[in-house]
Design a protein around this ligand. Structure first.
Ligand SMILES: Cc1cc2nc3c(=O)[nH]c(=O)nc-3n(C[C@H](O)[C@H](O)[C@H](O)COP(=O)(O)OP(=O)(O)OC[C@H]3O[C@@H](n4cnc5c(N)ncnc54)[C@H](O)[C@@H]3O)c2cc1C
Length: 474
């Protein structure tokens, strides 16, 4: 059976499903093909983000934070809790339920927007006369033709060349989200965003967590002052983080032993009950049969695109993790919307300079724009203001006073160039920085906006006041 569409989207992660909805909203007949299956073999749209990424990791981060608070912070609030115990099975089931709610939500949105969803693996069969033919293998198996194709096939965890994922002892993000019992000794290779989040979950639940990071600098992409504070706070919580290590060998048996050299070059080894490997992600292009239609893929495996997500093929676009740029769900979504609108002849623009980043540790870390070290390196004169949560009334009431907000602004024009935060709920607070930068606000603009009291967002206002040396409450 063959069906013709204006737009076929390959992949229903945050990039693909949003692109499909927007294309349908714009009046195109649209199909979206995705091969992710749930445990029962049924469709599970939402991609990495919904199934084994953003959503389940945040569900477990929340549950594990409740567990830690119940054990350590409630007493300070005058709440006595006795006999706290962990029901890990239930915690994981709750996480799975949250995932399913999101899968179902996407299927509902497809239906509502009249997007045809097919569960299966898509590959290019041919291209001729401005039409692409796409084979779909799997339960929804059929052939589709499309005038426009949006590739949103995402990415997969990169394995260590020395130890393949078995999801029992050596875990990717997938296995890390469903360990059957809390490991006594957990190793994490890679102290980036995913490693820190997964390490935090299992530390809070009782694991002794050791993190081995190849780079000599902790969170090298983060503003140095924030990264330094994060290192101090996270190691104080019990995460053991070694930087500048070189992994030499991994022995997998009843336990996993990692042989490595430390930052001084000395040989070391450490044994773990489980090892999470979070050393980056690889774009998914295998199985697409890119060669059939001559789709260009670069030497690192990413689909080659221009600034507007156009591939080398007419009317074929690629978005999200499978192309250059930050591997973030919201970046994929913005590209998805922009591409659908471009197909409709509109002129959207995705501003990479205002894409926010968040690390959902406790305290959370969030930033947008340029770091202080990047501004120094570029030679652009700037002024900085910062404000600690310790001096914020709401943070004190919450009992969550670690961290600070820092704002960097151009020395001459006062335009905000970067907003950096570490502290409570900064994943939410960073949006104010994004809006300000998107509208090219000055720090003076932010400083003169009335912020509710008492609120954590007052720390942002105070940091903006600080750019001009006018902080009021510190
Ligand atoms: C543990 C973890 C936590 C994360 N947390 C965050 C976070 O908090 N915030 C954030 O912004 N990002 C986070 N990310 C990153 C985020 O998940 C990705 O950036 C995002 O999912 C990319 O979206 P995408 O649409 O490009 O691809 P994906 O979400 O990877 O979706 C691609 C889909 O296409 C399917 N597919 C691939 N090939 C084919 C084919 N040939 N035919 C049919 N279907 C195919 C895949 O199976 C998948 O379902 C996290 C990632 C991980 C691993």
């Amino acid at each position: 059976m063959s069906q013709a569409f204006d737009v076929v989207v390959i992949g229903a992660g945050p990039g693909g499903y949003v692109a499909a909805i927007r294309a349908a909203q714009l009046g195109f007949s649209t199909a979206c093909v995705d091969d992710w299956s749930n445990a029962a073999g049924g469709p599970a749209p939402g991609g990495t983000c919904t199934n084994v990424g953003c959503i389940p990791s945040k569900a477990l981060l929340q549950s594990s934070e409740h567990f830690e608070h119940a054990g350590h912070s409630f007493a300070e609030h005058g709440i006595k809790v006795e006999g706290i115990s962990l029901d890990l099975e239930r915690m994981v089931l709750r996480k799975d339920k949250v995932v399913k709610q999101n899968n179902d939500g996407i299927l509902f949105l497809f239906k509502k927007n009249k997007v045809t969803f097919l569960h299966g693996r898509a590959s290019f069969a041919s291209a001729s006369a401005g039409q692409y033919t796409i084979d779909v293998a799997g339960p929804g198996g059929q052939t589709l033709t499309a005038r426009h194709v949006i590739i949103a096939t995402g990415s997969t965890a990169r394995a260590l060349p020395l130890a393949a994922f078995d999801e029992t002892r050596v875990l990717s993000n997938d296995g890390a989200l469903r360990i059957a019992g809390v490991p006594k000794r957990l190793g994490v290779i890679g102290a980036g965003v995913i490693g820190l989040e997964m390490g935090s979950v299992w530390r809070r639940l009782g694991a002794e967590v050791t993190m081995l990071e190849a780079l000599p600098t902790f969170l090298a992409a983060v503003d140095e002052q924030i990264a330094k504070e994060a290192f101090k706070l996270l190691t104080r919580q019990g995460l053991k983080i070694s930087l500048g290590v070189v992994i030499k060998k991994v022995d997998v048996g009843d336990e996993v032993t990692v042989h490595y050299t430390d930052s001084s070059g000395a040989d070391q080894s450490a044994s773990f009950d489980r090892l999470i490997v979070s050393i980056g992600r690889m774009p998914n292009t295998e199985g697409l049969k890119a060669e059939t239609v001559g789709l260009a893929i670069d030497e690192r495996g990413f689909i080659t695109v221009d600034g507007e997500c156009r591939t080398n093929l007419a009317n074929v676009f690629a978005i999200g993790d499978v192309v250059r740029g930050p591997m973030l769900a919201h970046k994929a979504e913005e590209e998805g919307v922009a591409v659908a609108e471009r197909i409709a002849g509109q002129h959207p623009h995705v501003d990479f300079n205002t894409v926010p980043w968040v690390i959902y540790t406790s305290p959370e870390i969030a930033w947008v724009g340029q770091s202080e070290q990047a501004l120094k390196a570029s030679g652009r004169p700037y002024r900085a203001g910062s404000f600690p949560f310790m001096a914020n009334g709401r943070a004190r009431a919450l009992g969550d006073t670690a961290g600070f907000v820092k704002i960097l602004a151009d020395a001459a024009t006062d335009e905000i160039l970067g907003v950096h935060m570490i502290g409570p709920m900064v994943s939410e607070l960073i949006s104010e920085g994004v809006v300000a930068m998107e509208f090219r606000a000055s720090s003076e603009d932010l400083a003169r906006i009335c912020h509710a009291h008492p609120s954590l967002s007052e720390a942002t206002k105070e940091a903006a006041l600080g750019v001009d040396g006018r902080t009021l409450n510190f």
